[in-house]
Design a protein around this ligand. Structure first.
Ligand SMILES: CC(C)(COP(=O)(O)OP(=O)(O)OC[C@H]1O[C@@H](n2cnc3c(N)ncnc32)[C@H](O)[C@@H]1OP(=O)(O)O)[C@@H](O)C(=O)NCCC(=O)NCCS
Length: 178
């Protein structure tokens, strides 16, 4: 890890769409990350970035001017009571995995959402995805539990591990519901 070039993070912009799509599609092909099986196009990602705007930003991690990882999020549910809960994803380019880029991107995403007043960030992870479960545990996430038979990937039922991280200091119990 000490041999890696410096990793920097920033919010994603439209021109990152192609790199984000490429990295996402590697994760889709690997069949470890998501129920999705269809590749994303850069145009689709660009439209998503625009739609999410500054409320649900995506962050990118760069090394030597190249995007090597991204982390993004969207609303957990549309109900107003869940407005401060985001559901996220994190993807690292194949050649950059296991070199700390995922951790840098995930930490930056948490900071960006905390700064916007979100109180919680959650995700679902296939139990077989040891890299992601480990990344999230190291990044301060808690394993909430396991959804059994949550969906099918390539015709096979899969479980999902739910993870959460509380952001910000929160309010004392009793005030939050007011
Ligand atoms: C999961 C993923 C994002 C992890 O990112 P990464 O940059 O490789 O992870 P990092 O190098 O930051 O490592 C974070 C921690 O996880 C550990 N880790 C990473 N890959 C691992 C693996 N394959 N097996 C075991 N531990 C692993 C690291 O050792 C590190 O722990 P440490 O702090 O104790 O050293 C990356 O593997 C990836 O993009 N996979 C495909 C897409 C995906 O699965 N996304 C998540 C969907 S839920």
């Amino acid at each position: 890890m000490g041999m890696e070039p410096e990793t920097t993070v920033r919010l994603a912009v439209k021109s990152d769409a192609e790199a984000i799509a490429r990295i996402y599609n590697e994760g889709i092909d690997d069949r470890v990350a998501t129920f999705e099986t269809e590749h994303r196009t850069a145009a689709y990602i660009a439209a998503q970035l625009a739609e999410k705007g500054d409320r649900h930003p995506t962050v990118v991690a760069e090394r030597e001017g190249r995007v090597v990882a991204w982390a993004g999020a969207g609303p957990y549910r549309s109900r107003p009571c869940y407005a401060g809960v985001a559901e996220h994803s994190v993807y690292v380019a194949r050649e950059a995995r296991k070199t700390g880029a995922g951790r840098v991107a995930l930490d930056a995403l948490c900071r960006a959402y905390e700064a916007r007043g979100f109180w919680k960030i959650v995700s679902r992870i296939f139990p077989e995805n040891v890299a992601s479960v480990t990344l999230h545990e190291r990044g301060g996430f808690r394993v909430v539990g396991v959804y059994h038979r949550h969906g099918q990937l390539d015709g096979r039922w899969r479980d999902c591990v739910i993870v959460e991280k509380l952001l910000g200091v929160g309010e004392p119990a009793g005030l939050a519901a007011g």
